[in-house]
Design a protein around this ligand. Sequence first.
Ligand SMILES: C[S@@+](CC[C@H](N)C(=O)[O-])C[C@H]1O[C@@H](n2cnc3c(N)ncnc32)[C@H](O)[C@@H]1O
Length: 534
Amino acid sequence: MSEDFIERPRKNEKDGAIQYVKQLLEQALEEHRNEDVNKLEEVFRLLQTKKYGLVWEEHAEIVEEEMKTKIPVFVEAVEKKIVGNPEVKDYNFLLEGENLHSLHLLEKTHSGKIDVIYIDPPYNTGNKDFIYNDRIVDKSDSYSHSKWLSFMSKRLKIAKHLLSDSGVILVSIDENEHSQLKLLMDEIFGEHNFIETIVWDKKSSAKGVPPRNMMVGVHEYILAYQVSDKFRFLGEKRDETGFKNPDNDPRGPWRESNIKSTTKPLEEAFTITDPNTGKEYTNTWAFSKESLERMIIENRILWKKNLPKQKEFLYNMRNSTKALKSNWGVFDNQRTTMFLKKLLPDVQFNNPKPLELMKYLIEVTAPENSVILDFFAGSGTTAQAVLESGGNRKFILATNNENNIAQEITFARLKKISEGTEFYKGKDFNLKYFRTDFVDKNDFPDFQLEDELLNYITPLVELEFGIDISNPSVQIILTEEQLGKLIKEGKLEKDSTLFLHPTVLLNNKEAELLSKLNVTKQIIPDYYFGKDLW
Ligand SMILES: C[S@@+](CC[C@H](N)C(=O)[O-])C[C@H]1O[C@@H](n2cnc3c(N)ncnc32)[C@H](O)[C@@H]1O
């Protein structure tokens, strides 16, 4: 092959064109031809863009435009607070509104703090499931993929910032956007952070639809990405049945299991000897010679008449888990629909994700104290799965209120789950319900804006710490009198956090006390709204 062969396609031509445009640009700069400079700079930029990757037409979004001039905030719907477990101070959250808005605020409260993000976004089937800028994107829209990609890329970029180092994101999808999503996520999370494409089968597929080419699609995908290699699946618990201790072995319950190998070739056979009887057994074994000799000394071998077995101890099995397979099997996709119909007979929600699928997903990804976010929450299956998985897991759901879904389905479902019904035993949990809103900068000139924003601090503090503000470990102090009273009444807690209005100044005694009690001070509203203010 000739030495000057350059593998990258048409690199020579491209380099030539770049040099030529560079010359033209330099000339235009010298001659102060500003209009030409702008245009040539754009041509220069375009020539340098990379060749491989996902290309799509960027589409602006109404909510994004609004956020440029107005400050996004949350407002609590107090009447929708659920206090099902007053004993604990932890709260879960339901955020009603456009999720780009909610994600923007979550970036202030949860950067690097979410353990698991699961989303089930619109699949862009062309069948009224994807609404963009208040309009349905249907099959006739020639920009349908571009719109979907613009929509998803903005949200996934923020999602990445929210994940902790050991966090994971799982995104449900079907064949309509699977390939696009894979490339998009490779770009945002890095190809090296791709974990697997998980597949699961729907028990029942759409009825009455003639199979395409005599093949019917029954599976969906879940794309899994980490942000660093600190993430680990929690694995599948091993089967612990059949352990007994008939010989009172001090090592505890055990069960018989095979030591013969079924896969090794005969040439690898060797002999082991029962030290009590001298009887020899020649076979292919699942363990090396050294391991078996150690097991004999440790009295772990059961010398059966024909074939020895091993004592497999329960203490060895505890905490041990099996690696997961990427095929998660079959889940009944009608059962959760039926459950919802029974729970909320007056409303309809089609195709929630199977509860059992979501429980499995939580079980294998979310440690007991983790925070799980779903920002396309729909009917709230993720929340029910988190609650049924127990532990001290907490959820944050975000969903818009399309057809009143947030109020009449997501919230109504959670309320029923909290209260319980004749066919569902209630779960004890606490929840706060926030709605998205805007503060228009133009309505509040100068310092009025800062004062106005103070009204929106509480929901953010509550969301960040996962609490109700009546919890004494985090307090908001707006005046010096308030601080004085708190100290006087002995209500200042050790290791607590105080959010202080900028006009609240501490005297020496107060500063000393705060430091003695290891109290963290945060200045409001800069802490949350600094960037929006200036
Ligand atoms: C496919 S559903 C999720 C279903 C959910 N996994 C369940 O089991 O119920 C997607 C949901 O995201 C909501 N959604 C779509 N676009 C949204 C947006 N931009 N902001 C917030 N929610 C949105 C829709 O209302 C819809 O209910």
